[in-house]
Design a protein around this ligand. Structure first.
Ligand code: F0G
Length: 352
């Protein structure tokens, strides 16, 4: 969009900012809602399928929508420093918005367990990176505790400003489609995003911008599926490191969204997540990170079970960019062709 102003300016009337609030923005939001061309046929689903490309936000994930508001409000309240626990994307976003606001940023991450691109972002933006010898869930406990007693503003999605900002994804989807989709699929980790998206759809319904609400389907990774199992998972495991979370902070928000909307929270195996991840890249030219593809894995599972009706409009949130995690992308066998720098050698590979 020409002169896209960022999510706070664009959706000011729905967000708790005043005329005098100094807005911290990297012009996040306004991301494409892309129709998929081939996958509906491949999975034999009679649906219109769209992906919301959240990887096109300034730091490469949906977190920027909440971070712009959380950092704006923290600055307004006089914060001098920000802190978060993260599986990588929140830390990348906090680091960048912290720079923008002139605040010190501390990010607490599970050691050895975040994708390289995300770590690179936190490092480049000069945040203090604290690696804990433990899991995300433990890191979150520590930062919640520290922020209660010390002057550092917590910018995880337990901060309501994060959730409020992240609602804007639902506004954008409805603004483009002219109504809500029939189904909205998204990956679930700490469960802030499904909570926020559902809140956004309900707000648009309440003010009459949309008539019907979507069914919300949250997808957890099978080895990190506490909501599906109904209990905390002490040692979550999945290739999708962004959602390797055993005790989601917004657990209730996720169950409310699924129950109220007539949707559900389901689990996808790593194998199915990777199948969806590769299918998007191979068939649609869309490169997202593995956790993001959990949403499409959910759609594929629904199609296999025949749960869609003719004409359903289905949106998947693709939460983060594929370049965040080059290691998973390169973990498959791929053809490495090495030739001398000559016309003949290249033509030989081309088969001419
Ligand atoms: N997809 C990606 C790429 C994520 O980074 C996350 C969460 C999710 C999905 C799940 O969203 O937590 O709102 O249910 N990442 C957090 C982080 C935990 O620290 O970056 P959620």
């Amino acid at each position: 969009l020409p002169n896209w102003p960022g999510v706070i300016e664009n959706y000011r009337e729905f967000l708790s900012v005043s005329e005098s609030t100094k807005i911290v923005t990297l012009k996040e939001g306004g991301t494409p809602l892309l129709p998929l061309l081939r996958i509906p046929d491949i999975i034999k689903a009679p649906i219109s399928l769209y992906v919301k490309l959240e990887g096109q936000n300034p730091t490469g994930s949906f977190k920027d929508r909440g971070m712009t508001l959380a950092v704006t409000k923290a600055l307004e309240k006089g914060a001098k420093a920000l802190i978060c626990a993260s599986t990588g994307n929140t830390s990348a976003s906090a680091a960048a918005y912290g720079v923008r606001a002139g605040l010190k940023v501390y990010v607490v991450i599970p050691e050895g367990n975040i994708a390289k691109g995300k770590l690179a972002q936190a490092v480049m933006h000069q945040s203090v990176v604290i690696q804990v010898q433990g899991l995300f869930d433990q890191a979150l406990e520590v930062v919640r505790d520290v922020s209660k007693t010390h002057p550092v503003a917590l910018v995880n999605s337990v901060n309501p400003d994060r959730i409020e900002g992240q609602q804007t994804v639902a506004f954008e989807i409805c603004d483009v489609l002219g109504s809500a989709p029939t189904f909205h699929f998204l990956p679930v980790g700490n469960a802030g995003n499904i909570t926020a998206s559902w809140m956004g759809f309900k707000k648009y319904r309440d003010i009459g911008r949309i008539a019907a609400l979507p069914k919300m389907v949250g997808v957890q990774a099978e080895g990190a599926a506490p909501i599906v199992l109904g209990h905390v998972v002490p040692n979550p495991r999945t290739i999708a490191s962004a959602i390797r979370i055993g005790n989601p902070a917004s657990w209730t928000g996720a169950t409310n969204a699924s129950v109220e909307s007539g949707g559900e929270i389901i689990a996808a195996s790593d194998e199915h997540i990777l199948e969806a991840y590769r299918m998007l890249a191979r068939e649609e030219g869309v490169f997202c990170e593995p956790a993001s593809a959990a949403s499409l894995a959910g759609v594929i599972a629904y199609a296999r079970k025949g749960l869609f009706r003719q004409g359903d409009v289905v949106v998947c949130t693709l939460t983060g960019h594929g370049l965040k995690d080059p290691e998973t992308a390169l973990s498959v066998p791929y053809t490495h062709i090495s030739v001398p720098p000559s016309r003949e050698a290249v033509l030989e590979v081309l088969g001419f």
